[in-house]
Design a protein around this ligand. Structure first.
Ligand SMILES: [Zn+2]
Length: 184
C-alpha cells in the first residue's frame, strides 16, 4: 500500500449514482471540448424507459451528447460539426410521428464503457431514480401551477414583495406602513 494512500470515502447511494452520471458527463464533455454544468436528472432521463436499463443508458447518453453538443467551446473544431460527428443519428419514429435521436454504431462502440456503467447504475438504482424523478417532477409542476408573483401595497411609492400566488390568495398580508394588503 503506498504511503500516501487515503481511505476511500464511502458514498451513499444518491452520491454513487450521481457520481456515475457525472463520470459519463465529464468524459463526453472532455471528448468534445464542452464545459458546462451537468443538467438535472429530469433532462438527462427525459424519454427513457427505466425498465430496460441498456436502452435507458443509451437514451441518457443521447441526452448527454445533445446537451454537450450545445455547449461546445466556440474555438473548438467540434463547434461547427453536425450531430453525426458526435455519433448521433435521427430516426423517424412512425408510431409517435416524430423523429428522435439515437446513437450511431460508432458511438455505441466509443462509449461502450460509459454505457455499461450507466446501464448497471440504472439497474442498481432503479427505485431511487424513479423516486428522484418523481419528486423533481412534482416540484417543477408545483412551480408552474403556483408561480411567484409581485404584490404591492398602497404606500407611495408602493412596497413590493415576491410571494407564491397560493400564499397571497390564502393569507391577507398587510404592509406594516400603510396597513393595506399586498395585492397582485
Ligand atoms: Zn404600504
Amino acid at each position: 500500500m503506498p504511503l500516501n494512500h487515503t481511505p476511500e470515502r464511502t458514498l451513499d447511494p444518491v452520491e454513487q449514482f450521481h457520481d456515475c452520471l457525472e463520470q459519463s458527463w465529464l468524459a463526453v464533455s472532455r471528448a468534445y471540448d464542452a464545459s458546462s454544468r451537468m443538467p438535472d436528472l429530469r433532462e438527462l432521463f427525459s424519454g427513457t424507459n427505466l425498465s430496460i436499463p441498456d436502452q435507458a443508458a443509451e437514451s441518457v447518453l443521447v441526452n448527454i451528447l445533445l446537451e454537450v453538443m450545445e455547449n461546445v467551446c466556440r474555438f473548438s473544431p467540434w463547434y461547427t460539426c453536425p450531430p453525426r460527428a458526435f455519433g448521433l443519428i435521427s430516426l423517424r419514429d412512425n408510431a409517435a410521428a416524430c423523429t428522435r435521436w439515437a446513437l450511431a454504431p460508432e458511438a455505441i462502440q466509443k462509449w461502450e464503457a460509459a454505457l455499461a456503467a450507466l446501464s448497471e447504475a440504472i439497474r442498481k438504482y432503479n427505485g431511487l431514480i424513479k423516486a428522484i424523478l418523481l419528486v423533481d417532477g412534482l416540484m417543477a409542476r408545483s412551480e408552474e401551477d403556483d408561480p411567484y408573483v409581485t404584490a404591492c401595497c398602497s404606500c407611495m411609492p408602493p412596497r413590493a414583495i415576491q410571494i407564491k400566488r397560493s400564499i397571497l390568495i390564502k393569507a391577507e398580508i398587510l404592509c406594516d406602513q400603510c396597513r393595506q394588503p399586498y395585492l397582485d
